[in-house]
Ligand binder design. Structure first.
Ligand code: 5GP
Length: 217
């Protein structure tokens, strides 16, 4: 059995990353979801202590002060952070803890958690990414535009990751991640042609320019 290692999943919005992370932990008892703290208000259907620990800004800042967060970042105007206890408890139980976090957080984990595996998840196409982004129904145009702008930055970070997986078929993607964890060869980020990422990134920029100029800000 491979040693338990924290697994960082980062991806642009609309990649289906959270669904993937949840499927991963539902598929195997060896995976456990890291519940982040955030100052973002809960969306409909979200539960504190299950999806996130929803806290106010002073409570979040107190956690930073106490060193209780292993990483934290501002994402789309809200604070998000990974409680250190999530990593410690998973390690004590020899479980792989799955961190569904942004690129800024992934960088901090890479620098501080030696055995973490960093996986960048890509959507199969811009069309599917846009469908997922709009289909969520909780975001207005301004919010979608903001997430697309973040995607432009995040896509530049792909070479900093250990692996890249494409979230086309959820079950295939889960199998691919399981094999990465098992130490078999996954798609090493270094082996993904950067031109492909650049083409994808240019497509995102085009959508932003052509469809969301009214939501610039
Ligand atoms: P959402 O608000 O849509 O749930 O998440 C927005 C972004 O924040 C996503 O990219 C998500 O992965 C990221 N995020 C969630 N939890 C954390 C965390 O603990 N730390 C960091 N750095 N990012 C997080």
């Amino acid at each position: 059995m491979s040693r338990a290692a924290p697994l960082v999943l980062a991806a642009p919005s609309g990649t289906g990353k959270t669904t993937l992370a949840r499927r991963l932990v539902d598929t195997s008892e060896r995976f456990v979801f890291s519940i982040s703290a955030t100052t973002r208000p809960a969306r409909e259907g979200e539960t504190s202590g299950v999806d996130y620990h929803f806290v106010d800004r002073p409570a979040f800042e107190a956690r930073i002060e106490d060193g209780a967060l292993v990483e934290w970042a501002t994402v789309h105007g809200h604070l998000y952070g990974t409680p250190r206890s999530e990593l410690d408890e998973a390690a004590a139980r020899s479980e792989h803890v799955v961190l569904d976090i942004d690129v800024q957080g992934a960088r901090q984990i890479r620098n501080t958690v030696a055995n973490a595996k960093l996986i960048f998840v890509l959507p199969p196409s811009i069309e599917i990414m846009m469908e997922r982004l709009k289909g969520r129904g909780t975001e207005d145009d301004q919010e979608v535009a903001c997430r697309l702008r973040s995607a432009l930055d995040e896509l530049q970070a792909v070479p900093e990751f250990d692996y890249v997986v494409i979230n086309d078929d959820l079950d295939c993607c889960v199998k691919e991640i399981e094999s990465i964890v098992a130490g078999q060869d996954g798609a090493k980020a270094a082996s993904v042609p950067l031109e492909n990422i650049e083409v994808f990134r240019a497509g995102v920029a085009r959508v932003l320019e052509q469809e969301y100029t009214h939501a610039n800000g």
